[in-house]
Design a protein around this ligand. Structure first.
Ligand code: HEM
Length: 409
């Protein structure tokens, strides 16, 4: 350090979270931040961590949590818009936004459905779904529409018992709501998210009523039974949990498939290597998650003073774990900017860490393994069509607008 001033570091961070250029291409900015100030206290109102070990330490720390009331966790909003955004971040009714003991109770109700062993029972169904979707992929297709969205939304939709005909209509609402996960969100998007959230609540309230009258063999019915027992979860928590599971079940895995396939297409040597040695499918999925993670940021509030790599982080501070930066930390991964489908250096940070570690990690991995395997089985060539695809203008959730490819036999 310190040829770069704090103001310059802040403008780098601002570019990252609040400009289209920064969000489209975060990796050089992460590298610059990590090299100069890996534990950075920003005048934007939060701390930013860009090293693997520091992010792990934060997410595993018992003295941090998800209460962001009144905390600086967004840039560029008026007080009123921020208050609206806070309503989402502080909706303490599902596991993603709560601390123990509520977190433990809410997560505990559904953990069994997502263990690696339970998820493995879905394998044949997922293979059949992928094959069905790939049957329709002849010639040139947009992989996002043809596979990356329909596969995970069908898998989580079937698990939960969300009727097939309703799923496509829920997608824009979920998209609308996820906008508030961004640190810098357009004011119009906050209003849109509020409206979308209300419609999702109405939809799932009606579905709960319907399923209560006609129970099914699905996760929603089991949650309703838990609620009906009395003290395990409230109606509001039931609806909120269902929305979370549905949204988290596809919005992220969609981007694992899109970002992952794009990375392979941009590195034909790695695609060829994978084609030649299928035992690499598992490490390849870990590497694709590391290389271009669908989730780039996890946020926490420090409930007590923390010491992170010698920095004193005061109680009340909001701290960003820059997962995408941690995934390219040279202290953790050799030659981190290189895609290496045979890499065997432990898991990436893409699923977070600590008590909020992604509940759906085993499911997302399984879907990733099957997609890669079946794509390689079925198509002798896969090529990008046209210009390089563009990313959606968001950073917390990172994914492509579309991905046009040509499949050849
Ligand atoms: C590649 C795909 C996925 C990625 C990269 C991903 C990433 C993440 C991350 C980073 C977190 C932690 C957020 C935080 O600490 O604030 C998380 C939590 C969560 N994820 Fe995933 N996720 C993926 C797929 C899924 C799937 C398929 C589901 C299925 C329902 C799911 C359900 C959840 C839930 C319920 C939480 C909240 C857990 C808690 O707060 O205890 N995710 N995910």
């Amino acid at each position: 350090m310190n040829t770069v001033s704090a103001a310059e570091l802040d403008s780098l961070l601002f570019e990252l979270v609040a400009t289209a250029e920064g969000r489209a291409d975060p990796y050089p900015r992460y590298a610059a931040l990590r090299a100069v100030a890996p534990v950075h206290r920003s005048d934007l109102g939060f701390w930013a961590l860009s090293r693997y070990d520091d992010c792990q330490q934060l997410l595993r720390h018992p003295g941090v949590g998800k209460d962001f009331s009144g905390a600086a966790n967004s840039v560029g909003l008026t007080d009123e818009q921020r208050a609206q955004q806070d309503r989402f971040r502080n909706d303490r009714s599902n596991m993603l936004t709560t601390d123990p003991p509520d977190h433990t109770r809410l997560r505990g109700l559904v953990t069994r459905a997502f263990t690696p062993r339970t998820v493995e029972t879905l394998r044949m169904r997922i293979v059949a779904l992928v094959d069905e979707l790939l049957d329709a992929c002849t010639g040139e297709v947009d992989v996002m529409d043809a596979l990356a969205f329909p596969l995970p939304v069908t898998v989580i939709g079937e698990m939960l018992g969300v009727p097939a005909e309703d799923r496509p209509g829920l997608r824009p609402l979920v998209r609308g709501v996820t906008a508030v996960l961004e640190l810098a969100v357009a004011p119009a998007a906050v209003a849109e998210a509020t409206a979308a959230h209300t419609r999702l609540e109405e939809y799932f309230a009606a579905l709960v009523a319907e399923r209560r009258a006609h129970p099914g063999d699905d996760l929603l019915t089991r949650l309703i039974e838990a609620e009906d027992k009395g003290d395990q979860l409230s109606e509001h928590e039931l609806i909120s949990t269902t929305i979370l599971l549905f949204a988290a079940g596809f919005e992220t895995t969609t981007h694992l498939i899109g970002n992952g396939l794009l990375a392979l297409l941009r590195h034909p040597d790695q695609l060829a290597r994978l084609r030649g040695d299928r035992s690499l499918v598992r490490p390849a999925v870990e590497e694709l998650l590391r290389f271009d993670s669908p989730v780039q940021i996890a946020l926490r509030t420090a409930y007590e003073d923390l010491s992170i790599a010698g920095h004193h982080v005061e109680a009340g501070s909001v701290v960003l774990a820059l997962l995408g930066a941690a995934n390219r930390d040279p202290a953790r991964f050799r030659d981190p900017e290189r895609l290496d489908v045979g890499r065997d250096e432990g898991p990436p940070m893409s699923f977070g860490g600590g008590i909020h570690f992604c509940l759906g990690a085993a499911l997302a991995r399984l879907e990733g393994h099957i997609v890669l395997d079946r794509l390689l089985d079925r198509f002798g060539t896969i090529e990008l069509v046209g210009a390089l695809p563009t990313y959606r203008d968001s950073l917390t959730l990172r994914g492509l607008v579309e991905l046009r490819v040509r499949f050849g036999a």
